[in-house]
Write a protein that binds this ligand. Sequence first.
Ligand SMILES: Cc1cc2nc3c(=O)[nH]c(=O)nc-3n(C[C@H](O)[C@H](O)[C@H](O)COP(=O)(O)OP(=O)(O)OC[C@H]3O[C@@H](n4cnc5c(N)ncnc54)[C@H](O)[C@@H]3O)c2cc1C
Length: 339
Amino acid sequence: MESEEISSECCGSGCTNCILDQIIRSQNLIRNVDESSILPIGYYRAFKCTLIEQIMDNTFLFRFRLVPTDEEQQKQLIVAPGSHLMLRIFKNWRFANRPFNSIFSKWRSSMAQFKNTETRDRRRVVEKHDKTELDLYLSRPYTPIRVNCDEKSFDVLIKLESGGEMSEYLLTLHTDDVTEWKGAYTGFFWKRNMHKHLFGFVQGVGLAPVYSIMANILNDEEDETLLNLWYCCKDMDSILLRSDLQAMSHYWNFKSVIYLSREKCSCGGRTSRNCLCLSSKKRYNEQIFNHRLEKQDIQNLLEKVAPDSVQVLICGNESFAELIVACITELHIENYYKF
Ligand SMILES: Cc1cc2nc3c(=O)[nH]c(=O)nc-3n(C[C@H](O)[C@H](O)[C@H](O)COP(=O)(O)OP(=O)(O)OC[C@H]3O[C@@H](n4cnc5c(N)ncnc54)[C@H](O)[C@@H]3O)c2cc1C
């Protein structure tokens, strides 16, 4: 089974005895777990939440830190860039009457407008994946954007979903609460200078895996891969990791371009792809366009490079991924990976 097939098969419902763990172990896909790592795949470990920070209206940064046992003090937390970890919670967490965290108050009140009881009731009937045992948990995958190996902590950006089960649980999460994580899972591994060009096409919070892979490459002085990040989001206020991307642009081998699909335009240039409204909002050296990323943009970018010198990474919704795959296939680029 290909790694891509494995990740697409994950039911995400947090099976206590996940069959994917067995497949992944047997195929040795998890190459990032070695003797010095303290996160063995297949076992949940307790991580304390040490930071919650609002990044934008619906997206929050969470930091989780493992409190190691005495034997683990010298070990490191190793999570390969681009891989994801699984967070699990008790399915009946609501019975614990957990208090809401006020940092989410604004998001909660905006969510209240959209609450649809019919949808929520339907969602509560969760199909059990592993029918052989009592399944007490539900889980969701999240992709660390940063890992501090020595501090044994990682940061995740989480976009809260209205009516989402894990999202609603997270509204009750406070710093110092203990959560359970396992992993890491990935099907994509980067080797230094593996390709001349690495192109990332990402959408919204799909920035996370590609950002962490590219940031890691930039930290490696001997990796001279040319990095291009094409990032699509809604509007100026929804650009994630904006300062980090700006800092990365100081490296000679990194370039990012941001496409906004729903930013307002008062100059009338948006339809002709020539909007000037953003000039005062852009920071030094930022390339931001006030229109959607289209086929023509992808082709203009990729037709200049030899197809066999390129690796493409894609992370976004299905229609976004379809657009990118159709374009690169036309250009005979075969090396692509969809997160
Ligand atoms: C590999 C991978 C990595 C990921 N990394 C990240 C990450 O770094 N950051 C991040 O924010 N997300 C990430 N995700 C997404 C994340 O795992 C969750 O899917 C997301 O947080 C929503 O989970 P939830 O439990 O809150 O919502 P869910 O309960 O799964 O619901 C999702 C949406 O569907 C609606 N819904 C649910 N059930 C029904 C139904 N029966 N009928 C109609 N509507 C329904 C809900 O209202 C909600 O809007 C990743 C996903 C994958 C696969």
